[in-house]
Design a protein around this ligand. Structure first.
Ligand code: HEM
Length: 164
């Protein structure tokens, strides 16, 4: 039996579901790359969304980046992301949400990035997500490894099933 959506996240229902698609990335210090992604955004009846992402190298099919966490509303216009990456990075992002029944736009920026002793240096992250009916487009900028904040990723995903 699935729990009902908590009223505090009802305005974020456009995010729910399994999303699949592809993207590409670059950074001045690395070779450009293409990837395939699966993102599952769910809920358990509490006032937050769960967020589980995994990617594979488009050329080899080998696992690439992954991240998992939670998305927390702050009223109807603000939002918080809490994200953990297996590369030893944790990220807290805060920002705004403009939503409606069919989609929405979310813009967040890190207020905290913490790295383990062995992780690559990351000092800032910005994420922009646009949900439009069954399509999700996002872009991610980062300040890392001594480089100023700049583009790292963009992807377009499609809803792969109904809401989860
Ligand atoms: C769809 C998600 C992502 C994919 C597919 C991806 C992929 C990659 C790839 C292929 C590289 C180069 C090889 C490597 O170092 O492993 C890389 C480097 C890197 N990525 Fe990402 N990445 C993603 C998200 C992120 C996020 C969210 C962050 C930080 C918040 C991040 C931080 C870095 C850093 C710090 C490097 C190292 C750059 C260097 O060593 O010069 N990546 N990424």
């Amino acid at each position: 039996m699935s729990p009902a959506l908590h009223p505090d996240i009802s305005h974020l229902a456009f995010m729910l579901g399994t999303w699949k698609g592809s993207g590409s990335g670059e950074y001045p210090t690395i070779d450009s790359f293409d990837y395939n992604e699966e993102l599952i955004i769910g809920h358990v009846g509490k006032p937050f969304l769960s967020y589980q992402q995994k990617t594979k190298d488009a050329a080899t099919g080998m696992p690439l980046h992954a991240e998992t966490g939670y998305i927390r509303p702050v009223g109807r216009e603000a939002i918080e992301f809490v994200i953990v990456q297996p590369s030893g990075i944790i990220e807290i992002d805060e920002g705004s949400v403009e939503g409606h029944d069919e989609g929405g736009r979310i813009v967040v920026e890190s207020t905290l990035v913490a790295t383990t002793a062995t992780a690559k240096d990351v000092s800032g992250v910005r994420r922009r997500l646009e949900f439009e009916a069954d399509e999700l487009r996002y872009e991610l900028d980062m300040a890392a490894v001594g480089q100023p904040m700049q583009f790292h990723l963009r992807a377009t995903l499609a809803r792969a099933d109904g809401e989860s």
